[in-house]
Design a protein around this ligand. Structure first.
Ligand SMILES: Nc1ncnc2c1ncn2[C@@H]1O[C@H](COP(=O)(O)OP(=O)(O)O)[C@@H](O)[C@H]1O
Ligand SMILES: [Mg+2]
Length: 271
């Protein structure tokens, strides 16, 4: 946990509640310039509580990946602020950002991003070892057992299924016990059974291990594993759903679509 006492002025709590694990304040990102300029994020304000599993949903191009990258310190904002705990990412230099990404953030990519020449175990432990840290063997054993990959640790990525590779990538994201794990469509390349295993693990790591997870997904069934869904449209927060069911998520996405597609008949087009 972050023990820094500095609390940004806009978030000084008088109700005794902890500062959110992750926050965005007027977070804005534009790409390009002039006529080609794209406002990928447009003044996003959002809090993600610690120890919760949040899903981010929205149409393709609505800014989901951009938001995740800015919150994880993988990319820099055009304006506004991003915080992990009380640390303002938008005020950090390159070196501090590298340390923050290494020590406090885990990231799971849709494409797994494993190193092909290394076995599963090295893929999981390499980031810790490269940082000069000691791998917590007990935690490694817990992670790999819980993820059901303990008998795959000597296999290279090419010798594993997509679901197994993604579970290795999740173990890699969790090995350093980060404050927050970001997962960008972690089940996007998986069959539904492997996807369900990955989602169950993510939920367990929140419920049983107290992790904080923020996940982008297209799939209402996947989003229903989360405690809360944030809806994005056109780079803005367009709504939120607590304790989502697949039906509630579908209804939320339909409402978004009808806002975005005012042309007659568009709202009836099936998902
Ligand atoms: N590196 C980039 N250069 C230019 N435009 C980008 C870049 N990354 C994203 N965009 C644009 O920003 C918008 C939001 O993209 P993104 O965050 O990837 O959306 P999503 O993940 O919701 O599909 C889109 O219009 C996309 O084309
Ligand atoms: Mg994306």
């Amino acid at each position: 946990m972050d023990t820094t006492v500095f609390v940004p002025t806009d978030d000084t709590r008088t109700d005794g509640r902890a500062v959110a694990a992750v926050r965005a304040r007027s977070l804005t990102k534009t790409y390009g310039s002039g006529a080609a300029q794209v406002r990928a994020l447009d003044g996003v304000d959002v809090d993600f509580e610690g120890g919760r599993f949040t899903a981010i949903m929205g149409p393709s191009g609505s800014g989901k990946s951009t938001l995740m990258h800015l919150l994880a310190g993988l990319d820099s904002a055009t304006s506004g602020q991003a915080f992990i705990g009380t640390t303002e990412l938008t005020g950090l230099g390159d070196k501090e950002l590298t340390l923050l990404r290494r020590d406090r953030v885990g990231f799971v990519f849709q494409q797994f991003n494993l190193l092909p020449m290394f076995a599963a175990e090295q893929n999981i432990t390499l980031p810790v070892e490269l940082a000069g840290g000691a791998v917590d063997r007990e935690w490694l054993a817990t992670l790999t057992r819980t993820l059901g990959i303990e008998d795959r640790l000597t296999h290279r990525p090419a010798e594993m299924s997509g679901g197994q590779q993604q579970r290795v990538a999740i173990a890699r994201a969790l090995i350093a016990k980060p404050d927050v794990v970001f997962a960008d469509e972690p089940t996007g390349n998986l069959d539904s059974r492997s996807g369900a295993q990955v989602l169950s693990f993510l939920r367990r790591s929140v419920r049983e291990l107290g992790r904080t997870i923020i996940m982008v997904t297209h799939d209402p069934a996947a989003a229903a594993y989360a405690d809360r869904v944030i809806l994005l449209a056109d780079g803005r927060i367009a709504g939120e759903i607590s304790d989502p069911t697949p039906e509630a998520v579908l209804a939320g996405l339909d409402a978004l679509r009808s806002l975005e597609a005012p042309l007659a008949g568009d709202a009836e087009v099936g998902a």
